[in-house]
Design a protein around this ligand. Sequence first.
Ligand code: CA
Length: 252
Amino acid sequence: MRVTSCGITDVGLKRSHNEDNLLINEELNLFVVADGMGGHNGGEFASAICVNTVEEIVENMEIGDQLSVDQDDPVELVREKLRYALRLAGRRIFEKASESPEFHGMGTTAVSMLIDGGNAFIAHVGDSRLYLVRDDRVEQVTEDHSFVARQIKAGVLTAEEARSHRMRNVIYRSLGYQEDVEVDVEVRAIRRGDQFLLCSDGLSGHVEPFELFDHVTQYGPQEAARRLVDLACERGGDDNITVVIASVDELS
Ligand code: CA
């Protein structure tokens, strides 16, 4: 399998520091975007704990032994391992935040993708997103754990109204605010030519899905990522902006 990838994280135009973090591990085919929150340096610390913990757990194959899953089912094993990685990240952030007042109230959203055995395992908490560009369409695979996403689902708000809604930043699930958190995990069989885009809300808040599609299909991962960050900045850049693009060039 050959996967080409690129990631950029950018402070944007309005914030004094960058609380987002990303991880690209090409050996593991592991990709993470985390969007930290919380005063002082808490946000960037929380998102850093998140990406480091996910990498540590995915790298450590033996961890599967600690999970109560069917060890003979490789798909279930990987899915539960990725879920465990994010839950453990949440627990570590929660513990650090409880220990030291300067980190009190820190947390992070996260989206993570691991490509393994012909499948993409996609885990997320909060409103960091993963999009899949396949054939001639773009699909938002992750469903935001946010107030406005619920309202859209209930038919109360349109996607366009949600974009400028005063509660657009309200999320009801993230890592670090509670000791344990529910993590959603999707499994998709990958196809040659699939392009995955992970991002923080600093990008998805300014750029429409069709624009993501246009960039990802028109340019290579590096060029597309750069241009998308520039576009989010042109439109205000009021938040940190992170994007990771992973393109499945060959399956075997
Ligand atoms: Ca953000």
